[in-house]
Design a protein around this ligand. Sequence first.
Ligand code: NAD
Ligand code: UGA
Length: 458
Amino acid sequence: MKFRKKILCIGAGYVGGPSMAMIAYKCSDYRITVVDTNPDRIDAWNSAELPVYEPGLDIIIKKTRGKNLFFAKDIENQIKENDIIFVSVNTPTKTYGAGADMAADLQYWEKTARQILKYSRSSKIVIEKSTLPVKTALAMEKILSSGKGKIKFEVLSNPEFMAEGTAMSDLENPDRVLIGSHETKSGLKARAELIEIYARWIPLKKIITSNIWSSELSKLVANAFLAQRVSSINSVSALCEKTDADITEVSRAVGTDSRIGDKFLNAGIGFGGSCFKKDILNLVYLCSYYGLPEVAAYWESVVKINEYQQERFIANILKSMFNTLAGKKICVLGFAFKADTGDTRESPAINITRKLLAEQAQIIISDPRALKNAALDLADIKGSIKYVEDPYQAAAGCHALLILTGWDLYRRLDFKKIYRSMVKPAFLFDGRNIVDHNKCFTIGFNVYPIGKPALSHL
Ligand code: NAD
Ligand code: UGA
């Protein structure tokens, strides 16, 4: 089949794979290739066991892979072959040198820019899909224009707003698609080419355009606002616990104000995931860099409250269980950073488990999708950890249950059966406020929710 356009995506991760699968599904006359420096990831994308778990992803992959969606390892050749290149490589927090623990590490992104320059034989549109500090496109343009030939590169910013666990529905029906470009003739032409792709399934009124810098900054700010809501409600949950107010009731009362809205007001053990913390720290770094210390401090407090919330949760476990966890068995229900994903990057469960192990507790971890990643996250630990997928087996013989991920299946567990199998007094710490606390209390558990009075028989 002759394809209308050839698209390449560099980076076959949580964003590159699902987002390109959706474009391939919606644009059967475009040929999409996804490449990665990690050959194992490419093999996994070409296998029956995809490297990323997302509800609905396997169905779209089945419909497109080998038809107009390809996963390949020959990066150099693919750069030559394709007209439009999305860059979706990772942009983690820098761990070394200037800006360590704050700034974005742009080494993967810069390597990609240099590769594009080196192997291109024709002009191309290069699209930033990774989340990047504002003004990164300028650096990308400088690298791409440092060649001697006549080849021209037009850089666009098209940040991705999908969330894990709901990636496929977010990609199919996004609140908006954002495209930043230069307002030059060539910039507007490139922008129109990208709009043409998204307009296949997204109404034009949802495709927002802006200048490149606004687009880059909007992505960081959107994540900062979302994380800020989580920290705001979590900070109030601490006050609820002191005053016998109930955080669920407060969230509902506050969220029904249409100016505030009811989403992202679930109190819990804090936000995890690969992006919120890194993107806020990136924003903090940018503010400091541009001489705005007050603004930097404002956003940094969002991360500090997130850490405080986890420490509060751990302190509460220790205090409630008579100030000693040594030798006690604790069952961790859920290790993924949120439900419906196997991703554990920056999951609060990592820090909580490590702190409990430091108290010499024995930990049994259960999760329907994230046990492999959990074992990698805790590989350096010498303490006692077991990985048991079945939640009933995991809980048997334990002193306490900790719900750390809001998996739906935990709402439906037979807590009577679990209670019978546990050491008494049995403790339940619901870090996501997802189970029926009164029911569990009646069964016999000592129940400790977030932002609500504890229900204790002791
Ligand atoms: P990821 O780590 O899952 O995937 C990135 C991939 O890029 C890796 O497989 C890595 O091997 C590959 N890579 C790195 N350098 C490369 C190079 N030079 N050539 C080819 N491949 C290379 O990361 P991700 O979660 O997909 O995130 C990618 C970007 O998208 C980040 O900037 C992130 O902030 C942003 N983002 C992520 C999400 C999310 O839900 N995970 C959502 C929106 C935006
Ligand atoms: C987030 C954003 O929602 C996406 O728009 C963005 O594209 C993405 O980051 C990114 O840039 O990577 P994601 O991290 O996948 O998506 O998942 P969220 O649903 O935002 O949840 C993030 C964390 O906040 C989770 O740990 C979740 O449990 C927590 N959370 C969320 C709460 O504790 N309470 C809430 O009310 C909502």
